[in-house]
Design a protein around this ligand. Sequence first.
Ligand code: HEC
Ligand code: HEC
Length: 355
Amino acid sequence: MKKYLFFIIIIGVVLVVSCSKNTDVTVNTSNTIDTPATPFNLIAPFGFPPIIIPNNNKMTVEGIALGRKLFYDPMLSLDNSQSCGSCHNQRFAFTDSTLQFSKGITGEIGTRNAMPIMNLAWERKFFWDGGAATLEDQVIGPITNPIEMHETLNNVLSKLNKHNEYPRLFKRAFGTDSITTQLLMKAVAQFERTIISANSKYDKYVRGEAELTFDELKGKELYEDQKKGDCFHCHVLGSTFTDFDFRNNGLDSIFTDLGRYKNTLKETDKGKFKTPSLRNIELTAPYMHDGRFKTLDEVLEHYNSGFKVTSQNLAADIALAEKGRLSNEEKQQIIAFLKTLTDTEFINNPNFKKP
Ligand code: HEC
Ligand code: HEC
């Protein structure tokens, strides 16, 4: 009788222990793994157009944090030495320091100047030639490019899937710990969309919080004057400072880089490149798709007198411009205006730093 009682007690204890274990596991799961990710509402700053987020990649707090970790993780490169952040440095508005061409992991250099990462939530095509149609698609390019991170997607996925943190972080962000290329692209794009610059001196001026100096105001007038700077047609004054279009601004009469044509194979696209935003332009030297100009003075002289009228597909605004129309003083005033687009809060924003 005593024996049976003993067994019943043992069974009872085992049941209680296993039940409480089970409840523990369930509690854990619901608190840290199965809770849906927290929706994140990305709000357009004052004066900017609304932001359209793709339906298949709604932003979440967890998705953005994961994208940020991936952006700064050298694991995405073949020898674990280079991250997106290696070439896109916040201090230089996410361009590659003052380098004309970035170095890949093998030390090989590319042929194009690294672009800033900012206000991409409004952009329609990515890369100088618009080679990526969405911000999600763009993520794969640098990882697999042999002169950049030189890694295969299979390797990246296998490294991530074996990692001691990533499967859990993907599960938190996307509800699955099976990491795919699609999810990697989505996470990085979510982080990239948050990288917004909208608090320069110019923005403060627009909001009535700061005043521009005489020269800055004069520069703004020249920027908008069709007979003078005439910059605003392409670098649209206001919020994004670009028309999102592809243009030939007359750099060459013989093209070494065919630009937009590489993707469309249209004769009318030869020599056209994406109109870059001019925000933070003071910080992103050298300039143009091939970084040929070291200073803003050189850029202004290009638009004043350097543009090649014989360049195929030259933009009409530039073809019609009179050479030598800007005095030295006027060029300096336009530069003074451009410098009001520098956003020091942006380059110090802790949310964009390496986590
Ligand atoms: C070796 C340096 C290097 C690395 C590493 C690198 N990039 Fe870039 N990035 C560039 C260059 C150069 C360009 C311009 C390329 C072109 O237009 O052909 C560019 C362009 C871009 C653009 C286009 C911006 C626009 O306005 O169209 C985005 C976005 C971008 N990179 C994000 C990333 C992400 C995300 C990673 C990591 C997965 C990354 N980059 C890794 C050098 C680099
Ligand atoms: C017809 C459209 C057009 C006009 C007008 C125009 N730009 Fe541009 N701008 C572009 C394009 C396109 C590029 C990129 C060209 C390239 O790299 O091949 C560019 C590049 C630049 C760059 C280099 C940006 C970078 O990130 O490297 C600066 C600075 C610039 N423009 C300033 C100006 C100023 C100042 C004016 C007026 C004096 C002006 N632009 C007028 C279309 C234009």
